[in-house]
Design a protein around this ligand. Structure first.
Ligand SMILES: NC(=O)c1ccc[n+]([C@@H]2O[C@H](COP(=O)([O-])OP(=O)(O)OC[C@H]3O[C@@H](n4cnc5c(N)ncnc54)[C@H](OP(=O)(O)O)[C@@H]3O)[C@@H](O)[C@H]2O)c1
Length: 209
């Protein structure tokens, strides 16, 4: 069981929160709009609580479920309240035409979060390649990236509690490519697949001798 705090009260906060509770984890919801956070905690049930925006989260794992341009400012605003936490960035910084990233440099929101996070916090990128409704109903693979092995192990244990398979893609610099994979997912939805009812995943073949 993990203790999770979710910063955000939107669709992904609701979906991850619901799965987290179904998986036997504790959930705290924090939103810049306190009544929205309280409403979401109530809707989630399962003992979900509400925390005050900007204060120390109760959870050891803090999932930041905000629109991409709000993620780094929120982490900076929380500041030392996030010391020692595992911060999970799930954002997709799409450009305005959804065929590229909003940042021009080879960085990622997760890497920028790591720069803004207090000492002792670790950042993991996860969940961004999965459409919300697929996460709600399906059993998609969850790709994750991060520099701290212990932090990744904790997020992996959380992902497993949701009944999903975590797949480590490497260090935090790989978050840039996970964000690129988010762009690929949208491209597939708009072209080759033609709908949103799928997820990127790994098919393993028998290991050759
Ligand atoms: N939806 C998906 O299928 C999906 C899939 C993978 C990843 N993601 C990523 O997950 C994140 C959340 O997506 P979502 O679908 O949950 O979005 P959403 O339903 O629009 O919710 C966005 C949340 O962010 C908050 N917010 C927005 N700008 C903010 C700011 N500047 N400062 C503080 N809070 C801010 C909103 O608060 P208010 O309600 O107060 O405005 C709301 O709680 C995004 O980064 C998205 O790229 C989404």
């Amino acid at each position: 069981m993990s203790n999770i705090s979710i910063i955000g009260t939107g669709n992904m906060a609701r979906t991850i929160g619901a799965r987290a509770i179904a998986g036997g984890n504790t959930v705290e919801v924090m939103g810049r709009n306190q009544p929205k956070a309280a409403d979401l905690a109530k809707a989630l049930g399962g003992g979900a609580t509400t925390g005050e925006w900007g204060t120390a989260p109760a959870g050891d794992i803090v999932i930041v479920a905000l629109l991409h341009d709000g993620v780094v400012p929120a982490v900076a605003q929380y500041g030392d309240a996030l010391a020692g936490k595992v911060i999970v960035d799930i954002s997709n910084p799409f450009n305005s035409t959804f065929d590229g990233l909003a940042h021009r440099e080879q960085t990622s929101i997760a890497q920028e979060v790591a720069k803004a996070a207090p000492a002792g916090a670790s950042v993991v990128k996860a969940f961004n390649t999965i459409f919300r409704h697929v996460l709600e109903k399906g059993r998609p693979d969850v790709f994750l990236a991060g520099d701290n092995a212990q932090a990744k192990a904790r997020v992996e244990a959380f992902v497993e509690s949701l009944g999903l398979r975590p797949l480590d893609v490497g260090g935090l610099r790989m978050a840039h490519w996970l964000e690129g994979a988010g762009v690929v997912t949208v491209g597939l939805a708009n072209h080759g697949v033609g709908n949103l009812d799928f997820a990127l995943g790994i098919t393993e073949l028998p290991v050759s001798e």
